[in-house]
Design a protein around this ligand. Structure first.
Ligand code: OGA
Ligand code: NI
Length: 343
């Protein structure tokens, strides 16, 4: 059985070979290190959600963020900062448990749900310097509670509550994005089907003795429609690609970092952009984040919404069902799932 990255990090002065990125990867760890290429300026727009219904200029700002970077920081989103603290706390308490206790939630080898490292598909796959706890949280009947920690004791209660808050916020985002394109406000939601699906991924990035040679997460686009990322309060690490430059995503207190996923790029016929992004780690500090991937219900066929297909803007994507399997196979092979959907 594979060792968790956290156990390796605690007992090594050099990351094992399997984690080291080789020179030749287009978007790998080596193609970057050039700090000059990393813009850490506050290039990520901050959107005030309390203004989305009343201020046309805020909606313009949202549209601009979604069509260029595919990412923005949401403030005044309605989730109390004290509650966000509770969410961070259950994550921290879980990852700080002794290895044996965490292993009660261990995923099975060919599964994604549960605690563990990334699924290994091939011998030459470079591993991510991270451990994660991956759980389907909605719809409720798809939960597999055997993987939900019972330690800390309030873990399930807090995650359950957070799931519903994110589900509501997702509706706010879908409606605002539709309105920003002068479309009927429910057009994206209608593609979700009766229930949306939300997968939660708690990411734990241990400190690494050789951070410039590894990545916390390889470059990828999210397979979701919308991703809500609760970042670590202090430690940065996320970067996204814009015009061939990596842009660092700063920590904004109490904000949720929201990005467009592949399924929204498809539903918007390419108007909204699902950004390629990756995660850096560092030698001193661990980092914990929680990504909530919101998307149409399982097995739901999606495609560009009618209002966006015109003579001038022909359909760019096929109708497709995004399965987890489809997303992960592409990820592990270093390919973008969305490219397989282009006409
Ligand atoms: C992800 C992701 C970013 C981060 O989980 O898909 O991109 O900073 N996470 O942890
Ligand atoms: Ni991601």
């Amino acid at each position: 059985m594979m060792k968790q990255t956290q156990d390796i990090a605690e007992n090594c002065d050099q990351p094992p070979e399997r984690y080291i990125h080789k020179q030749d990867e287009e978007y790998g760890a080596n193609n970057v290190g050039n700090a000059a290429h990393v813009i850490t300026a506050a290039a990520i727009p901050v959107i005030d959600f309390s203004l989305l219904n009343s201020s046309p200029s805020e909606l313009v700002k949202l549209k601009s963020a979604a069509t260029t970077l595919g990412c923005f920081q949401a403030i005044n989103h309605g989730i109390e900062s004290s509650f966000l603290e509770e969410v961070r706390e259950i994550s921290k308490l879980f990852f700080k448990l002794p290895a044996d206790e965490k292993k009660k939630c261990l995923k099975e080898e060919n599964d994604v749900q549960g605690y563990g490292n990334e699924t290994v598909f091939s011998d030459n796959q470079t591993l991510d310097w991270t451990d994660r706890l991956y759980l389907t949280v909605l719809p409720q009947h798809q939960r597999r509670l055997q993987f939900w920690p019972q330690n800390p004791t309030h873990f399930r209660k807090v995650l359950n509550e957070y799931s519903f808050k994110i589900e509501s916020l997702n509706v706010v985002v879908l409606k605002a994005l539709a309105r920003s394109l002068n479309l009927e406000e429910d057009c994206f939601m209608n593609q979700y089907g009766k229930t949306s699906k939300i997968n939660a991924r708690f990411n734990y990035y241990p400190p690494c003795p050789l951070p410039e040679k590894v990545l916390g997460l390889k470059p990828h686009g999210d397979g979701s429609a919308i991703t809500f990322l609760l970042q670590d309060k202090e430690v940065e690490g996320l970067q996204l690609l814009k015009d061939d430059e990596w842009v660092g995503v700063p920590v904004v207190s109490n904000a949720l970092t929201i990005n467009i996923g592949d399924q929204m790029e498809i539903m918007s016929n390419g108007i909204f952009k699902s950004p390629l992004h990756r995660v850096f780690v560092n030698s001193k500090n661990e980092r914990m984040t929680l990504a909530m991937f919101c998307m149409p219900q399982t097995e739901k066929n999606i495609g560009p919404v009618d209002g966006l297909i015109t003579d001038e803007t022909p359909r760019l994507y096929k109708d497709i069902t995004f399965t987890l399997d489809f997303m992960h196979k592409n990820y592990q092979q270093g390919r973008r799932a969305i490219n397989a959907c282009k006409i």
